[in-house]
Design a binder for this molecule. Structure first.
Ligand code: UDP
Ligand code: MG
Length: 310
C-alpha cells in the first residue's frame, strides 16, 4: 500500500510518553483519512522504551520500529527516520509531545497548497527554564548571522517535508549534522506555521548543556568557515598593530623615552599572541577532526532490528 504520511519520532528513554504519543498521532492521522505510518526510531533507550515500541508495533501495523544498537544521538535518529520513511510527506516530531501532533493537519494543508517544506515556528514556549530559552534564542540568532544558509529563526526539527526534499536529504550523508540547517540548505518552496511549544508531557530533557553546545558547534562548522575566517582576521589585526607599533617604539627609544621597558610588556604580548594562536589551532583542529571522521566513512548508525527499507 502506498503511504501518504510518515511521522518520524526519535525515541531516547521516552517510556512515559510513548503511549500518549501513539494515541495523539493516531487520532490526528485518522482525520486525514490517508494511509500513514509512525516511524519510531529507538536511539538506544535503556528505560524499556525499546520493549514498548516492539509491543506497540505488534498491536498496530501503522508503527514502523527502527531499533538502534546504541545511542547515536537525536540528529542521527532523524536521519534513520528519513531512510526508513516511505510516505509522500514526511513529518519529524519530538516524542515528548512538546510539538503538538495536531499541527500536522495545518502543515499538510500547506503541503497540499504546494509547499515542499513546512516548518513549525515556536511563537511561544512553556515549561522550559529561562536558561534554556535564553541560550536557544542566542543560538538561533548567532547561527542566522554567521552561517551561509538562512535557517529560519526559532524553528526546531518539527516540520513536514515533501518526498522530493527527503530524497535529497537522504543523499547527504555527512556525519556531523544539523537537520534543520540541511533542510533549509536544499531550497524548495518553504513556509513556516506558528505554534505554541508545550512543556514536556513526562520525563526530563535529553539535551543537557553539553549536547546543546555540540549541536551549536555542528551547526556552525557544517554551514560556515566563519571561525576560520575569524582567526585570519585576528591575525591581520595583530600584524597591523605591530607594524604601527614598531616605528613608534623605535622612535621613542631613540628620543630617550623609557616607556615599553621591562618584562611585563613582553610577557603580555607573548601570552596574548600565544593564546590567539592556540585558539586558532583549536578551531583548525575542529575542522580537521571532522574531515577525519568523514574520511573514515563509517556507517552513520547501526540498527539492531528494522523493517525492509524501500
Ligand atoms: N532524543 C534522541 N536521542 C538523544 C537525545 C534525544 O533520540 O540522544 C530525542 C528525544 O527522545 C526526543 C527528541 O529527541 O524525542 C528531543 O529531545 P528533548 O525533548 O530531550 O530535547 P528538548 O526538547 O529538551 O530540546
Ligand atoms: Mg523536548
Amino acid at each position: 500500500m502506498k503511504i501518504t504520511y510518515s511521522i518520524i519520532a526519535p525515541i531516547y528513554n521516552e517510556r512515559e510518553n510513548l503511549a500518549e504519543l501513539h494515541r495523539r498521532v493516531s487520532e490526528v492521522m485518522k482525520q486525514t483519512s490517508k494511509p500513514w505510518e509512525l516511524v519510531l526510531v529507538d536511539d538506544g533507550s535503556t528505560d524499556g522504551s525499546t520493549e514498548m515500541i516492539r509491543e506497540l508495533a505488534k498491536k498496530d501495523k501503522h508503527i514502523r520500529p527502527v531499533i538502534f544498537a546504541r545511542n547515536f544521538g537525536h540528529q542521527i535518529a532523524i536521519t534513520a527516520g528519513w531512510d526508513y520513511a516511505r510516505g509522500d510527506a514526511v513529518v519529524i516530531i519530538d516524542a515528548d509531545l512538546q510539538d503538538p501532533p495536531e499541527l500536522i493537519l495545518e502543515m499538510s494543508q500547506k503541503w497540499q497548497e504546494g509547499y515542499e517544506v513546512v516548518y513549525a515556528v515556536r511563537a511561544e514556549r512553556e515549561g522550559e527554564s529561562w536558561f534554556k530559552l535564553w541560550t536557544a534564542s542566542i543560538f538561533y540568532r548567532i547561527i542566522f548571522r554567521i552561517t551561509d544558509v538562512k535557517i529560519p529563526l526559532d524553528t526546531g526539527d518539527f516540520r513536514l517535508m515533501d518526498r522530493k526534499v527527503v530524497n535529497v536529504l537522504k543523499s547527504m550523508r555527512e556525519r556531523h549534522r544539523f537537520p534543520r540547517g540541511m533542510s533549509a540548505w536544499v531550497g524548495f518552496k518553504q513556509i513556516g506555521v506558528e505554534y505554541k511549544r508545550a512543556a514536556r508531557v513526562a520525563g526530563e530533557t535529553k539535551y543537557p548543556f553539553k549536547k546543546m553546545f555540540r549541536l551549536a558547534i555542528n551547526a556552525v562548522t557544517s554551514f560556515s568557515y566563519f571561525p576560520l575566517q575569524v582567526a585570519t582576521f585576528v591575525g591581520f589585526i595583530a600584524a597591523g598593530i605591530s607594524i604601527i607599533a614598531i616605528p613608534i617604539v623605535a622612535y621613542m627609544r631613540i628620543s630617550g623615552s623609557s616607556a615599553f621597558f621591562g618584562q611585563a610588556t613582553t610577557l603580555i604580548a607573548v601570552l596574548f599572541l600565544g593564546g590567539v594562536q592556540l585558539i586558532s589551532l583549536g578551531i583548525l583542529g575542529e575542522y580537521i577532526g571532522r574531515l577525519y571522521d568523514e574520511a573514515k566513512g563509517r556507517p552513520l548508525y547501526i540498527v539492531r532490528e528494522a523493517p525492509e527499507k524501500q
